[in-house]
Design a protein around this ligand. Structure first.
Ligand code: TXA
Ligand code: MG
Length: 542
């Protein structure tokens, strides 16, 4: 098939092709679309063929104004008209209950349909002239980055469609925001040109579908079927690095091999002189990032880069859409350069474990330094050798297990021996902690807690953005220790007295979390609030 290349002077011809069942590439303000007559099932079926699109992925109907909604939708909530009033024409798609006139092939058999009123003069003129709802997905081959110029669309679609109308580069650059109005609480299915914050201004509460921020499990079903597919992917694998721009740039500069691809903010381009660089725009210009993200992803396909690293914008405003497209292109392979490292310490019986559960609930990891130390004593040959060299073979049993009693006896009244023990063990525990932090960074988690009794004294706190001591009033701890360990009050009191006091922690830690809550749930809530604050903090704390 010969694909006609049309201009904005050919609106009547483009409309004729659509009316007669053809496929036309159409500019919109978001991305180029692959349009067909939305009421003609045969024409719509050809869209799926041309794109190689899975049959279960429904299409959006493009209409000239909100008063067409009633033709194709029923039970339309007031919210839909409020949104249309505010944001149409514009980059917003609403999911509404469909009427039977909408062909099954458009909705992939769902009882809902996506409706959008685009804001591009050429697109609007074509729809008005054709006087039909135009079904149109983005004009890329399925799985590829969406096209934001007619040239990009031609690369994917030349010879597969009847015509393409060149309307210039798209000014939004990412696809429309999709909001599902058929749920009890409106739900954001895909972030786009209209921001979550803008939707909330009109709708109040808006839920964000899980598929926006993470990879769906095999048995999970995102509400927008299209969100389950790997998407927007260039040929080379992509790694996204999130966090403060300065940190992400440094991280990429020290990890990206020479000659690989880098997507970065303008300010950092000079750092990557030895790489194939694509710029997103200045750090503080999210609209510009949206205009460039697909172009950047696509551009690497003409190069021989074997991997691509991308700085990721923060998720405010249209940044949520840009981050979502980059993350999807990366198959959600995200490194968090800005991971918060939180040191945790405190006396026994205060509720450290409960506090750490709160951090895990927020997606954070926990490293138990005591467990790390025990593991090293068994498995770390170099550390065992150093201990043997310093203290002699008698600190190991016949089975080769470290005899902690024997070691304890040596260091008990020999301060030099104790100092040497700390020097040796802290070095290895520190290295293991560094490795755990790097792993957590690569897992993309927001925070990691380093749980250590001697957090401050060992110097492990030097690795932390902040330190949190979990304490509780002495009487409360005595009761807890007695209940937990079945020991006498006298003995519990001795143990509590032997430990550091709250004043010491106040002097040495960034935060002191006092557990005087009547229930563990209440304390967990209090701890969660503190960790949330730490995770969201911009500036370094120590
Ligand atoms: O900006 C845009 O929306 C562009 C331009 C061309 O208008 N179009 C676009 O269409 O991005 P497409 O097909 O590439 O993406 C539509 C997304 C898919 O993820 C699809 O699964 C979802 O919308 N979708 C369509 N109808 C739906 C429905 N009834 N319920 C839930 N999700 C739906
Ligand atoms: Mg698409």
């Amino acid at each position: 098939m010969n694909t006609l290349q049309l201009t904005q002077l050919d609106i009547a011809l483009a409309a004729d092709i659509l009316k007669s069942g053809g496929l036309v590439g159409i500019p919109t303000e978001t991305v180029y679309g692959l349009g067909a007559n939305g009421l003609n099932p045969d024409a719509v079926a050809r869209i799926f063929e041309a794109k190689g699109r899975p049959q279960d992925n429904p299409l959006i109907l493009h209409i000239p104004s909100a008063d067409w909604l009633e033709r194709y939708c029923e039970d339309i909530p007031q919210d839909a008209y409020m949104l249309a009033d505010r944001f149409w024409p514009g980059p917003l798609t609403m999911i509404l209950k469909r009427k039977a006139v909408v062909p099954d092939v458009v909705t992939a058999g769902l009882n809902t349909v996506g409706m959008r009123c685009p804001d591009h003069p050429v697109c609007r003129a074509i729809i008005a002239q054709a006087d039909i709802p135009v079904a149109a997905p983005s004009g890329n081959l399925s799985g590829r980055p969406s096209p934001t110029t007619a040239q990009h669309m031609l690369i994917d679609m030349d010879g597969k469609i009847d015509a393409i109308v060149d309307g210039g580069a798209c000014i939004v650059g990412v696809e429309s925001t999709i909001v599902d109005l058929t749920c009890d609480i409106p739900r954001l299915l895909r972030p786009g040109g209209i921001t979550l914050e803008q939707l909330e201004q009109v709708l109040g509460e808006v839920e964000v579908d899980a598929a926006v921020r993470r990879l769906m499990g095999e048995r999970e079903q995102p509400r927008a079927p299209g969100m389950k597919y790997r998407h927007y992917a260039p040929k080379a694998p992509v790694t996204v690095v999130k966090g403060d721009p300065e940190e992400t740039a440094q991280y990429i500069a020290s990890h990206a091999m020479l000659g690989c691809g880098v997507i970065c903010f303008d300010e950092y381009a000079d750092l990557f002189a030895d790489h194939v660089v694509k710029r997103l725009g200045r750090t503080d210009d999210p609209a510009e990032h949206a205009r460039h993200v697909f172009d950047a992803l696509r551009s690497f396909d003409d190069t021989d880069v074997t991997e691509i690293w991308a700085q990721c914008p923060d998720e405010h405003g249209v940044g949520l859409a840009v981050a979502n497209r980059l993350n999807k292109a990366a198959g959600f392979h995200i490194i968090n350069a800005g991971i918060k490292v939180i040191g945790i310490t405190g006396p026994t019986g205060a509720g450290k474990t409960t506090a750490l559960h709160a951090l895990e609930e927020l997606g954070g990891h926990v490293v138990d330094c005591d467990a790390v130390y025990h593991d090293l004593l068994i498995h770390c040959q170099p550390m065992r050798e150093e201990l043997r060299a310093r203290y002699g073979p008698q600190v190991f049993t016949a089975e080769g297990v470290l005899d902690r009693k024997a070691l304890g006896a040596i260091v008990f009244d020999d301060s030099q021996a104790l100092e040497d023990l700390n020097r040796i063990t802290h070095k290895y525990v520190g290295a293991a902690v560094d490795e755990a932090i790097e792993q957590a960074r690569q897992a993309g988690v927001p925070a990691i807690a380093i749980d250590a009794i001697a957090l401050i004294e060992s110097g492990i706190s030097d690795r932390c953005h902040c330190t949190v001591a979990v304490t509780a009033p002495d009487e409360v701890r005595i009761q807890r220790i007695m209940a937990r360990e079945g020991i006498s009050e006298e003995y519990a009191r001795l143990r509590v007295d032997a430990q550091k006091k709250e004043e010491w922690f106040r002097e040495h830690c960034t935060y002191v979390l006092v557990n005087d809550c009547p229930t563990a749930e209440l304390f967990q809530t209090r701890a969660r609030a503190l960790f949330e604050q730490v995770i969201n903090q911009q500036e370094e704390l120590t």
